[in-house]
Design a protein around this ligand. Structure first.
Ligand SMILES: [Zn+2]
Ligand SMILES: [Zn+2]
Length: 257
């Protein structure tokens, strides 16, 4: 049975836990080892049982716990070449754990197949993941400047997705951030707005996806209610009644089931 949980989500740290029977993996480790361990233990899991960590990109909100986890648990960390070059220092525990790949790669892990695809973002590289146990397929895509044809195509093949609904465009424009930061967030290499996410939700529902979890919400430029209602209204208007959830920054949200 494929299970997925967002343990932490947003600019204060990101970590997704995926389990299929005895195979456990993490997507990103953007919180401390202790915080990740605490979240895992409430799901009856622990870092000892994690077979691999798959990194989306090198930003701190996705990698914060990696050094300590690599030192303690020596879990293989799958990472693309550009993110590796930017993040990993020679002769460190992380360097020893790193499994470096081209931007598009595929890894078998227990009964799971994990495949990456590129996502435009202001990092050396960013990727999303398609995770399949042969029966169900989960797509993960966050930190998205915009939705490329490739992203839409990859996500359309899934049954369940975790996608970014980062900000409300008006809240960013009227908010306290300096202009350069506003420009960055709203650019093609920034983050995905609620408005565009809502359009993506409708497209994915059209393609047969029946569960969507909205993730990586901005604390300053969004609210869980606003993210939810923007996508929910768009889905309702298009006549799709699918399961829509919102990942919390600190609360565990079940993304499948
Ligand atoms: Zn990022
Ligand atoms: Zn991020």
């Amino acid at each position: 049975m494929l299970e997925a949980y967002t343990l932490y989500s947003g600019s204060s740290g990101n970590c997704i836990f995926v389990r299929n029977g005895s195979t456990c993996i993490l997507i990103d480790a953007g919180r401390s080892q202790r915080a990740i361990q605490t979240a895992l233990s409430s799901l009856g899991a622990d870092l000892d049982s994690v077979s691999a960590i798959f990194l989306t990109h090198e930003h701190g909100d996705h990698t914060k716990g990696l050094d300590v986890i690599s030192k303690t648990y020596k879990i293989p960390v799958h990472i693309t070449y550009p993110s590796y070059a930017d993040l990993v220092k020679a002769d460190t525990p992380l360097c020893e754990c790193a499994q470096v790949h081209d931007v598009i790669y595929q890894v078998e892990c227990g009964d799971l197949t994990i495949k990456s695809f590129p996502i435009p973002h202001d990092s050396a590289q960013n990727v999303g993941y398609i995770i399949s146990n042969g029966e169900f397929t989960l797509g993960i895509a966050t930190d998205m400047g915009y939705v490329t044809t490739k992203i839409a195509e990859e996500l359309s093949k899934c049954n369940k997705v975790i996608i970014e609904s980062n900000h409300d465009i008006e809240m960013v424009k009227k908010g306290p951030y300096p202009k350069f930061l506003k420009d960055r967030i709203l650019s093609n290499h920034g983050h995905l707005s609620n408005e565009i996410c809502a359009k993506l939700c409708v497209y994915l529902a059209e393609c047969g996806i029946d569960q969507i979890t909205l993730a990586h919400l901005s604390r300053e430029n969004n609210t869980p209610d606003l993210a939810y209602t923007t996508s929910k209204n768009a889905l309702d208007q298009a006549g799709y009644n699918i399961i829509l959830r919102v990942a919390g920054p600190e609360t565990i949200v079940k993304a499948i089931g």
